[in-house]
Design a protein. Structure first.
Length: 506
């Protein structure tokens, strides 16, 4: 195989002496980040700060205070480039970028910002795992940022996050996963709703705006998929009725394809928002109802402003993870507030379970990750399952059996393990007491001093006759010990303390 030597490669500027990024408002893209890759891949490919190719630029190249950078591009092969702003929001992508020399006149390229407003669009972050039974719940959190809604809990639905084959070229930007939904039993057959949904806080979101929604999908056979938007005005007070809009109907096929729809979101003028601050706009990808199917697969979901269909705005998995707070399940955190953040529960010694359980802390499908963690890591003595433990965490969870949280309320924390010279402590073990009575073995040797009254000494065993009365002399016995000291009562052994609410991440 012949290889091009470095001496045969020339390096040249793009048409402008300074490579310049300008946002859609005409402002320099100060602090912007330009990533450069080999064309058609995400394999980093270098650029240079000089025409000899001896001084490599960083990758990404950070634009200066004028939104500019000096970039010499290698001429032997085109590039794939990505431009982000200083908040890591994608501005622009282009494959087969060829920075051929041209006029030396200054030339600025204006980049129109395209943003994908869908969170976790490639399903790359999934706190609940890669397989979920969706049969018993009408509203189930699934992969982060998404939920699954259905009207019939008798239908047997399932979600599996399946991995794409390495090197596949059917869905661009190499997503790791796709979401595969299946239904093996329609139950009563009276379904009116089954959908993959994502909520956007605030019912006024995108109102009166043109949007483009796109996604990649395939199915095990030809199945319909309906794209809807639901404007929910919240609850409480005199909230207006929700407005559900059909965006477009699609017919899925057995091969991966991109499906797009352009739509103007309805106006919300004249409507009333409820007082409970739970109004929202919901994007809904509605799956077929009353239908058995083995596979409907979805990936690369995008919602963008405007009316022009743009390439999918790839977001690396690490950036997706940075977007989410991403506290791991079971994270224990004090909080100086009596209001719980979303996704947390109080550490109050009560029970958790699914929606149909009698759990006393939280009865909801979103407890499944914490339930699994407690079930698998703690014995039944420390985290008992109400109704007795079965063969697995999922069997008990879907069997409507609550599990008790570790005993934490009113207790201080200590690190598990064996400290030098100390008693070993296992996970979730609890012990200690606020008060403690001393045992005889715990009382150190000591003396009690006492003063005796004056007396008349007489020989032992004799008596004195006084006016026909008799005084007798007896042996005197004394005793010391707990019964005559603390009298066997407990005493306070608590250290100084300060109580704050403790919460656990679901």
């Amino acid at each position: 195989m012949l290889k091009t030597s470095k001496s045969e490669i020339t390096y040249h500027l793009a048409p402008n002496p300074k490579w310049t990024g300008i946002d859609a408002r005409g402002n320099p893209l100060v602090g912007g980040k330009l990533y450069t890759y080999k064309k058609g891949t995400r394999i980093p490919r270098g650029t240079y700060a000089d025409s000899l190719g001896s001084t490599p630029n960083t990758n990404p190249i950070v634009l200066d205070s004028k939104g500019q950078a000096t970039i010499y591009w290698a001429s032997d092969e085109d590039y794939y480039i990505e431009l982000f702003d200083n908040h890591n929001q994608m501005i622009f992508t282009r494959d087969n970028y060829n920075a051929t020399s041209g006029s030396s006149a200054s030339h600025n390229t204006v980049y129109k910002k395209v943003e994908n407003f869908c969170r976790n669009p490639q399903f790359s972050v999934s706190s609940l795992g890669e397989q979920l039974d969706l049969s018993q719940q009408t509203d189930s959190p699934i992969v982060d940022g998404w939920r699954f809604c259905k009207s019939n809990t008798n239908a047997k639905d399932k979600l599996v996050l399946r991995r794409f084959a390495l090197g596949q070229n059917e869905v661009p930007f190499n997503p790791v996963y796709y979401a595969e939904f299946s239904c093996t039993d329609v139950g009563r057959g009276d379904e009116v709703l089954k959908c993959l949904a994502q909520d956007f806080k605030g019912v006024q979101t995108f109102a009166k705006s043109k949007i483009v929604i796109s996604f990649y999908a395939k199915a095990s056979s030809h199945y319909p998929l309906e794209l809807q938007l639901n404007q929910h005005f919240g609850t409480g007070g005199s909230a207006s009725e929700a407005v559900k809009s059909l965006v477009k109907n699609f017919d899925l096929t057995t091969t991966w394809a991109r499906y797009t729809a352009t739509y103007t979101v309805p106006n919300v003028n004249g409507k009333t928002i409820g007082i409970n601050q739970d109004d929202q706009l919901t994007l809904m990808l509605c799956l077929p109802t009353n239908t058995v199917y083995s596979s409907i697969a979805i990936s690369n979901v995008q919602l963008q402003l405007g009316n022009a269909v743009s390439d999918f705005q790839y977001q690396p998995e690490i950036k997706e993870e940075e977007f989410w707070e991403n506290f791991p399940t079971g994270w224990l955190q004090p909080i100086y507030s009596d209001v719980l953040p979303k996704g947390w529960i109080w550490a109050d010694d009560r029970t958790i379970g699914n929606t149909h359980s009698a759990a006393t802390n939280r009865a909801h499908f979103d407890t499944i990750a914490l339930y699994r963690s407690l079930w698998n890591r703690a014995s039944d003595a420390l985290c008992p399952v109400i109704g007795g433990r079965g063969l697995s965490a999922d069997e008990d969870f879907y069997g409507n059996k609550p599990i008790r949280l570790p005993l934490l309320a009113g207790r201080t924390l200590t690190a598990m393990g064996r400290g030098a010279g100390l008693t070993p402590r296992t996970i979730f073990e609890a012990g200690g007491a606020e008060q403690h009575p001393l045992s005889l073995a715990e009382i150190p040797p000591h003396q009690h001093n006492f003063t005796r009254p004056s007396y008349v000494s007489i020989p032992q065993g004799q008596h004195v006759d006084r006016a026909h009365g008799t005084w007798y002399s007896e042996s005197v016995a004394t005793s010391t010990g707990a019964e005559y000291g603390l009298q066997g009562l407990p005493h306070n052994i608590m250290q100084p303390w300060f109580a704050v609410p403790m919460m656990i991440k679901l």
